[in-house]
Design a protein around this ligand. Structure first.
Ligand SMILES: Cc1cc2nc3c(=O)[nH]c(=O)nc-3n(C[C@H](O)[C@H](O)[C@H](O)COP(=O)(O)OP(=O)(O)OC[C@H]3O[C@@H](n4cnc5c(N)ncnc54)[C@H](O)[C@@H]3O)c2cc1C
Length: 418
């Protein structure tokens, strides 16, 4: 038979597409069950969208975000919440705007979405991997051969429309393993080289690893790279056995990987690093720290700097900063002006050199994917391959932490399905 719609990938984008597409429809999913990654999102709680407007979602995707306008205007965060409400998945927003199901269980979201897709009559075949997209041979003479189905591990499927919703390349054990990029490349589409994003950062310096497990609750990070915005990203920064993680670090990781890849591609000699600045307390500038040290000098001149600084930061971080400033064990009254100057600057914005990030097995999303100019943003149809539509993370879009990536998966799934 020829299906009206063949959807490749049973993640949030593919299942949402199944809720809105022409029937008869079929979803093929390579794993034994659908939406495995969705079940792992938000630490098992599923941060399914963000309490903001369309502009707020687009801003979380940087300059590329404008591409999403049509998909998001048709299915903005409020409509996504209404959609899940109608599936008996009530949602609530945390004070920071992150939206979760009231039950706090990602598996509830998965089950509801899978059931909604099945209720439309869509057939769901698991354990089936799409291996190649089928192009209509009678159109081969033209520049725009049509996609008419896919060859799968379990035979060939024909369809009038095919939706590629295979996800990216991150967390391959949860399904998406980059095979969607290969399917797209095979039929001549441009795929922006994929890089891990929303991943922990590895540092050249070894001192962060010695603080592994310690969290700076009200910290901030920023890029220190000429030509790049120097805006601080605030939030908890966690020291790991390889460097730093936490929301600001994760949010910078895609850009860090792009910069490292650009340095490699330009043939720059290694080691390739990207400099970041870490503020242990967001918003406290070097001048504020100098004033603080002066007060200490007047009131507690005999006390060691690292002990005083332990009142401001976790002790191990305070000791690390004092060690970097060569002020460890030094009484504040005995510290020379240049030492206090260095320490104030380290407290306000300590430089760290990032050499790489966590890899595909730990990155939460993929930067890169099917190039935006291959797609019509009003429909998500492929411009050069009629019959094919793309949705979700397979598209070259990646957003910050906070429910933005799932918002795109749902909104693009709906638009591609329609
Ligand atoms: C640990 C973790 C936590 C996350 N938490 C959040 C969060 O709280 N909020 C948020 O917004 N985002 C979060 N994300 C990101 C979010 O999960 C993804 O952006 C989203 O799942 C992408 O949806 P998708 O449908 O495009 O792709 P996926 O969810 O990756 O689904 C793609 C599906 O396609 C299948 N597939 C792939 N190739 C083939 C093939 N060739 N044939 C057949 N099937 C195939 C895969 O098995 C998979 O099931 C998180 C990611 C991770 C890894």
């Amino acid at each position: 038979m020829t299906y009206s719609t063949l959807i490749i990938g049973g993640g949030p984008a593919g299942l949402t597409a199944a809720c809105f597409c022409a029937q008869p429809a079929i979803v093929v999913e390579r794993l034994a069950s659908p939406a495995r990654k969705l079940a792992a999102t938000g630490g098992g709680r599923c941060n399914l969208t963000h309490a903001t407007d369309v502009a707020g979602i687009m801003a979380a995707f940087g300059r590329q975000g404008r591409f999403m306008a049509a998909a998001l205007n048709a299915f903005p965060p409020d409509a996504i919440r209404d959609f899940f409400d109608a599936l008996d998945i009530g949602t609530q927003a945390d004070p920071d705007g992150c939206v979760f199901p009231v039950s706090q269980r990602a598996t509830d979201v998965c089950q509801a979405l899978e059931q909604a897709a099945r209720d439309t009559g869509t057939e769901l075949r698991c354990g089936v991997r799409a291996e190649r997209l089928l192009l209509a041979t009678d159109d081969e003479a033209t520049d725009t051969p049509r996609v008419i189905g896919a060859v799968t591990s379990h035979g060939t499927l024909h369809a009038r429309r095919v939706i590629l919703a295979t996800g990216g390349q991150s967390y391959p054990m949860l399904g998406a393993d980059g095979s969607g990029f290969a399917l797209a490349r095979d039929i001549g589409l441009t795929v922006t080289p994929p890089l891990p994003a929303l991943a922990g950062l590895h540092t050249l310096e070894s001192w962060p690893a010695t603080l592994s497990g310690i969290v700076l609750e009200h910290a901030a990070l920023r890029l220190d790279v000429p030509g790049h915005p120097k805006a601080w990203l605030t939030g908890p920064v966690l020291f790991t056995h390889k460097g730093v993680s936490g929301v600001p670090a994760l949010d910078l990781s895609g850009t860090v990987n792009s910069l490292l890849a650009a340095a490699r591609d330009a043939g720059q000699p290694p080691p390739h690093t990207v400099t970041l600045r870490l503020a242990g307390q967001a918003g406290r500038r070097a001048a504020d720290w100098r004033a603080c040290f002066e007060t200490w000098r007047q009131r507690h001149g005999g006390r060691a700097l690292h002990n005083l600084l332990s009142g401001e930061f976790p002790r191990a971080f305070a000791v690390a900063l004092c060690t970097l400033a060569e002020a460890k064990d030094l009484a504040v009254a005995r510290a020379k002006k240049n030492v206090l100057e260095t320490l104030a600057s380290l407290c306000a914005e300590c430089p760290i050199q990032v050499t790489t990030t966590e890899s595909w097995d730990r990155a939460m999303v993929t930067r890169g994917g099917v190039a935006l100019d291959e797609l019509d943003p009003r429909t998500l149809a492929c411009r050069r391959r009629p019959g094919l539509f793309c949705a979700g993370e397979v598209v070259d879009l990646d957003g910050r932490c906070g429910g933005y990536n799932l918002t795109w998966a749902f909104a693009s799934g709906r638009l591609a399905g329609r």
